[in-house]
Structures are given as structure tokens and as C-alpha cells.
Design a protein around this ligand. Structure first.
Ligand SMILES: C[S@@+](CC[C@H](N)C(=O)[O-])C[C@H]1O[C@@H](n2cnc3c(N)ncnc32)[C@H](O)[C@@H]1O
Length: 275
């Protein structure tokens, strides 16, 4: 079965399980929906970041790209030269996802953030804009891609981002003396890789860390990895939004697992009928 057909089937399975805000009985997850997913405040940063995305989408310059396979979401080619606008069109988080990243960093007051997969720097910009006092460490394998991300961040006057260029397997171990309270895994979308990165990171996660895993239904392997990550002993709450999964490490919560869709996508799913 092609990945495309796989994802259609995965969405139908997800949709069947999913609940809207009225099916959530956990105060912690209800707070997450209200203050992260449904927060509609328009922060100034959103507009500036989206202007940078538009510039990337119009930029037809060719750059050399190292292909890391499953790291590039919709790439159909193994080419080592790509137009910047092609990368911008296929590899970056949407503005909706960016806002969720920003809101997570903002609402939970995250100070040490780690991102695996900078690409052209759009998700990094959302993560770093939430608080100028926070520090974002972002990892990217392709040198030329990372240079563009740096220029995007410099246009946005973001000074709280550190770049680590090279394969994750080389750069990640150099950062493990730090403790992170927010991690965004958005590159190398493969079963073994995702589980291995989580395992390597475990000792460097703060007690109340949040780990966001992108593209959890990208492939059978990614879905399997997500299901295993949810079961990890240090994970207390997991929220599946289909496009990404969010793991909360937090003591004092009983184990809880939710699949959430916005109310307008499933308006008849009310609390009285349960999850
Ligand atoms: C999906 S893109 C990241 C998108 C970005 N987070 C955003 O939403 O704006 C994934 C990036 O990870 C990089 N990548 C994938 N696997 C990698 C690896 N093993 N080592 C280093 N970089 C890798 C790719 O070069 C690509 O730029």
C-alpha cells in the first residue's frame, strides 16, 4: 500500500477514535485545548513569520541539499539541488501547526527548547518567538538549508537560537549535558530513529518536559513508534492531533491518552456519549 493510501486509512481510524473538547474529562487536557489549541490571540510574531514564509515561497534560487530521506516530508526526489520555494512548499510546518508550537512554548513557559529538523526555520521561529528569554537549540543536517534558516531568523531579529549543523546522530550527543523542557522531533521520520532519539534524550528531559512528535501517521513505522512512545513509563499524558502527537511528562497525573479533533470537525461528539 502506498504511503498516501496508508495515511487516508490512518485518518479514518484516528477520526473514529477522536473526541472534541466536550469529550475531555481531564482538567489538564481541557486546559491544553482551551489555552493552546483554541487560543485565538493574534501575536505580532505570527504575521512576521508568515511574511518570511511568503518570501521563501517566492524564492526560486537553487541550493545544495543533503538528502536525509524520510526527514523531508513530501519530497518526491532524491535530488541534491532543490529550489528554495520547493522546500518551503513541501517541508515546513503550516501556520496552524506553528501557532500550536508557539502556544505550547508560551502557555507552559518553556525555557530550553530542542528541535530536531530546522529546515528553513519556520517552526524554529514560532518556538523561539514565544519568549525571547528562552533558548532554542535547533539541529539540521543540510548546511545550505541551515544558512537560509539563519537569515530568516535574523530578519525576524530572533537572538535566542543556537544552530547545530550535522547529522542528528553526531550533533545530538553534544547537547546531552543540558536539560530540555520542550522537544520537537521533526526530522528522520522512521520507527527506529524516533525511538532511538527519545531513548538518547530521556536523561536530558526535565521532569515536566513536553515532547512533540511530528507526522505520527506519516507511515506505519511512525504510527508504531508513536504508540510505543505513549506507553513509556515517564509519559503521563498523550494528545494525538493526527498531524502531530504531544507527550507530557508530568508527575501527579494519572495516565491519559486523547485523540482530539476541533469541534467543527466532529460537532456531534458530546461528553455524554463518552470518548
Ligand atoms: C520536515 S523538515 C523540518 C521542518 C521544520 N521543522 C519546520 O517545520 O519548519 C526535516 C529536516 O530535518 C533534516 N533532517 C532529517 N533527518 C536528519 C538527520 N538524520 N540528521 C540531520 N538532519 C536531518 C532535513 O534536512 C530537513 O531539513
Amino acid at each position: 500500500m502506498s504511503d498516501y493510501l496508508y495515511r487516508i486509512g490512518a485518518f479514518l481510524r484516528f477520526y473514529k477514535k477522536a473526541t472534541n473538547v466536550y469529550g475531555i474529562h481531564s482538567p489538564f487536557v481541557f486546559d491544553f485545548v482551551q489555552n493552546v489549541l483554541d487560543e485565538s490571540k493574534e501575536y505580532y510574531a505570527y504575521k512576521s513569520i508568515e511574511i518570511e514564509r511568503q518570501k521563501l515561497l517566492l524564492n526560486r534560487k537553487m541550493i545544495q541539499v543533503d538528502d536525509f530521506g524520510a526527514g523531508s516530508k513530501n519530497s518526491l526526489t532524491n535530488a541534491t539541488s532543490r529550489h528554495i520555494n520547493d522546500i518551503a512548499r513541501t517541508s515546513l510546518s503550516s501556520s496552524k501547526k506553528g501557532r500550536i508550537l508557539f502556544q505550547i512554548a508560551h502557555h507552559y513557559k518553556r525555557m530550553k527548547i530542542l528541535e530536531l529538523g530546522t529546515s528553513l526555520g519556520i517552526s524554529s521561529a514560532y518556538l523561539a518567538s514565544a519568549n525571547s528569554q528562552s533558548q532554542l537549540y535547533t539541529l539540521e543536517g543540510s548546511v545550505e538549508i541551515a544558512k537560509i534558516a539563519e537569515s530568516v531568523h535574523s530578519h525576524l531579529k530572533l537572538k535566542n537560537i543556537q544552530y547545530h549543523i550535522g547529522r542528528f546522530s553526531d550533533t545530538l550527543p553534544t547537547l546531552l549535558n543540558d536539560t530540555f523542557d520542550l522537544v520537537f522531533l521533526d526530522g528522520h521520520h522512521e520507527y527506529n530513529a524516533v525511538l532511538a532519539y527519545f531513548e538518547i534524550l530521556r536523561p536530558s528531559l526535565s521532569q515536566d518536559a513536553i515532547v512533540i512528535v511530528d507526522d505520527i501517521y506519516w507511515s506505519k513505522g511512525m504510527e508504531k513508534a508513536w504508540n510505543e512512545l505513549k506507553q513509556q513509563d515517564i509519559v503521563t499524558a498523550s494528545v494525538d492531533l493526527f498531524d502531530m502527537g504531544i507527550l507530557f511528562l508530568r508527575s501527579g497525573l494519572s495516565k491519559q491518552d486523547f485523540c482530539i479533533v476541533p469541534y467543527h470537525l466532529k460537532p456531534w461528539k458530546l461528553g455524554v456519549w463518552g470518548k
